[in-house]
Design a protein around this ligand. Structure first.
Ligand SMILES: [Fe+2]
Length: 267
């Protein structure tokens, strides 16, 4: 879960462990599990082959379609055996510094609630369907696992230096609302698209720009969090993005951002 707002100036980073709450899986009602099943059964055919292969492999490998909201500890054990990532339960949006610190430690936060049956397509904040269905399958991919850890480390240092927004943009334009090229075809990559009924098709079909993802351009391009995106970056290679992210520090990123070929877009 990611809060796309700048951190409060001067706020002291606290250990991300302070954000954790028990999932209390037994608290979920039969209606809650039915909401999960409805969303899952609707989304998978909707995505079809428009989503990158690692997502589909991850869904299958983790058994996410077994029915009902997954129990987090068991799911986390399966994920850890694959890429070393673990899932932790949170009650809502996590402050940016804690969020990036979690990623740097290979932990991903999962909301301990699910949307109600009468608001399947409207979310005030990301719930466990978005967090699990959208994000967790990709965390089974070793390149995404590296990419996310590198993003966390970069985010932590960026916030400390007052430049968290640039790394938030990188995250937004790849992990949340990015596309990726796979065998010559542009496919859905980001969790915000994978878990959305509507924007996943829009991102591929609408008459909007789909520039190639580069660190400078993505870091230099603002995003919207109140409507469909006005553009979608396309990553050429998850391995390439991971390697590039691992190789840059904050100073290098800032220097690159200032030379962005797209320039600063006012969205
Ligand atoms: Fe997300």
């Amino acid at each position: 879960m990611f809060n796309p707002q700048p951190p409060i100036a001067g706020s002291a980073p606290a250990s991300w462990h302070q954000q954790l709450v028990p999932q209390e899986w037994a608290r979920f009602t039969a209606d809650d599990h039915r909401v999960w099943d409805r969303l899952y059964k609707r989304q998978l055919p909707y995505l079809g082959d428009r989503i990158v292969r690692p997502f589909l492999d991850g869904l299958e490998g983790l058994g996410l379609g077994d029915g009902g909201i997954p129990e987090l500890e068991a799911l986390s054990d399966r994920l850890e055996a694959m890429t070393g990532w673990r899932l932790v339960s949170v009650a809502g949006i996590v402050p940016d510094h804690a969020f990036f610190d979690m990623l740097a430690d290979r932990h991903f936060p999962i909301g301990n609630f699910i949307r109600s049956t009468d608001s399947l397509d409207y979310l005030e904040e990301p719930d466990c369907f978005h967090d699990i269905f959208g994000h967790v399958p990709m965390l089974t991919n070793r390149h995404v696992a590296r990419l996310m850890e590198a993003m966390g480390r970069l985010g932590g240092s960026a916030i400390a230096a007052g430049h968290g927004e640039q790394v938030s943009r990188l995250y937004w334009h790849s992990v949340e609302f990015g596309l990726a090229r796979e065998s010559g075809e542009v496919k859905i990559l980001g969790a915000g698209l994978a878990s959305s009924f509507g924007e996943a098709h829009f991102a591929l079909e609408a008459d909007v720009p789909r520039p190639r993802f580069t660190l400078p351009d993505a870091a230099g391009t603002p995003y919207r969090n109140d409507c469909f995106q006005p553009l979608y970056f396309v990553s050429d290679s998850l391995e390439g993005v991971a390697t590039e992210l691992e190789s840059v520090d904050l100073d290098a990123l800032m220097a690159l951002s200032n030379q962005a070929s797209l320039g600063r877009r006012g969205l």
